[in-house]
Structure formats: structure tokens, C-alpha cells
Design a binder for this molecule. Sequence first.
Ligand SMILES: [Zn+2]
Length: 380
Amino acid sequence: MISRQDLERLIQRQDGGKPVLSLFLDMSVDANNKRNHHVFLGQKRAQFEELEGNRPISTGNGSESGMGTLLERVVEWIDNNFDESNRGLVIYSEVGGDWWEALQFPVPVQNRLVVADRPVIGPLAQVLNAYEHYGVILMDREHVRILSVYLGTLLDELEFRGDPIAPTSNHHVQAGGYSHKRFQRHKLEEMRHFFKDFAEEVERFVARYQPQHLVLMGTDQNVAKFKEFLPQPVADLIIHTGPAPVDGPAREILARLEPHLAGELERESQALLEQVRDRAAHDYLATAGLQGTLTALQEGKVDTLVLARDREQQGARCTQCGFVFVRDVTRCPYDGSEQLEGVDVMEEMVRLAQQQGADIQFADANAIADLRGAAALLRF
Ligand SMILES: [Zn+2]
């Protein structure tokens, strides 16, 4: 599993002075239930062999890059450590060095291999952006079940049963007449008592797991009643309610919720893009386009960054002042330095946004073609 902390750690990694391999593998299975990552790995291996003049590259002579050995280690790692339930994998490793880190998760990523001076983190940011952390609350009048769901996968499950309160007399078990009324009153009192306890459990769950959203499942009547017991900040997290059996298998419940949650994420994304477009049209606290957005980021102004998914963009960084330029510059306009190095601008933007605590949203490249690949809501 991966989290924002992984991004943070990778950004802050000390440069080990060796080139870094970033390998993203789509580990989803095809119609025949087979994985095809070895095709991509084979192609890359062949490319490196060709680059190195058709010498076998895993023989260990001094002039080879060490890529052959590294790709062998990748295959071996997958054979021994890959969890078959996962669909995405990223491996970071120093070429000819010690650093090795593998992250696997239940959602696919696009195949990609990059060797650069730093780990590539953009695709990880995309995965994190495409899924949010949800709490799914399943409840009836006797118990509540809380599922912690991240990247579409069940991470944790909690269950609480109400502690029955002692009836005021034994007559309540008899049906009809006075006792029946009394029984109903007792049941109502018990429900309030349970719902109050359940609401506290939900509050505790929110405080501990910090889900971005909640889903509340139960009969309409129970859901409406239960909401009254939730503190407003917790109730505000609810983005979807609907009926579901409290004891249903988690996998089925999550599968049924999936389209609702995907729809909600899509609505949020559309609302953001509308806001960006509206502000950009009025030239009010927004940028559109790679250079304008990059400049705003470097000035620390960005509140929310919007980037085209799976895009790469060559640019340059001045090694003297650190500024990044989208255009091919031969000389830094700020300090005149000619010491420029090539960088992927999209990657630089993800790093800057993450370091500044700005939100990052990815959108389909075609859907934001009018924003020219990047845009942002600004803080000032
Ligand atoms: Zn400079």
C-alpha cells in the first residue's frame, strides 16, 4: 500500500550520487488471467543491450551500466515478493548502488522506466489522487460495522454491538396491550442508547483513521435517525447513503459502492475544473498553461495544482538558482548562468506542490487541453 508519506519520503531522499531507476509496472491480469509485465521488461532489456553495443550486459565487465543485473533482480523480486492481489508495482533502485525500494498496490499504473538522478514520483501521485480514503458505515438498530477503505481495498474492519439495557420490567416480552406499548418504548429507548454509542464509535474512527469521506449504509429510517446523533463535522463527511445489509460480505459491498464513489470523485474533479476555468477567464487567482503554473509554484502561490495525467514535458533547471523553465533556454534569465540541466517539468511541479502542501489533482489530458497541460488555483 502507498500513502502521501511515501511521496514525502521519496522527495526528501538524499541524493546517493548514483543514477536512480524508477520502474512502474502494470501488473493487472488480462482476459486469460495472465500478467504481461515481462513483455515490457524484455523490451527495455533489449534496448539497453543495444545501447551497450550488443554486449551481454549482465557479465559484470566495467563498461556496462548494471541495468541487466538490475532487471534480473526485478524479475527475481517479483517472483518472490509480489502479492498476487495487487495490480501496480513501482521499484526504485540505484543503478550500481545499494538503494532498493519496492511499493505495490491494488491499482494498475502505466508501464514506464526512467533512469534519472532522482526517483520519479508523478505516477505515484496520480495513484494517490485517483483514490481517496473512505469509511463505510454499515448499521442497523443492534450493531454497526465500519470499513476502512483505501485504494478501493478493505484495510481494516471494526464492529460494535450495542450493550442491551436492562428492561424496566419483565412484561415487555408479552405481546399486545400495555406490555406491547411498553416494549416498543423500551426498544426506542434502546435504539437511542445504541445510536449514541455507535455515533461515538464513528467519531473515534474518524479521529483515528482520518478518512476523507464517509458512506452511511442502512435502511432510510435508520440512516436518517442515526445522522441526528453524529456531530456536524462528522456528518459533513458523508457523501453517499443507501441500503445495505449490515452483515453483507465486504467485497460485495465495496463492489456495489464503487460506481457511486467513482461518480463522486468525478463530480469533485469537474467542479474543480469549472472553478479553475472560471477564475482563469476572469484572471482572478488562477493560472493556466505550463510556464504560468510553474512560475506560480516557484513563487509559492499555489493552493490546488491541476496536471494532465501521464504527461512528460522536457524542460531545464538552472543549477545555480534552481529555477525551472519549460522552454529550452540556453541562459538563465535570472542570473545569466549557462549551467542548465534537463528535467521533466511535470515531475518538478509534483515535487514543488507536494513540498508546499498544495493539493494535486490529475485530469485526462484531452479534458484539460484548453488549460494547456497544467493549471492552478492560487492562494494570493
Ligand atoms: Zn538561475
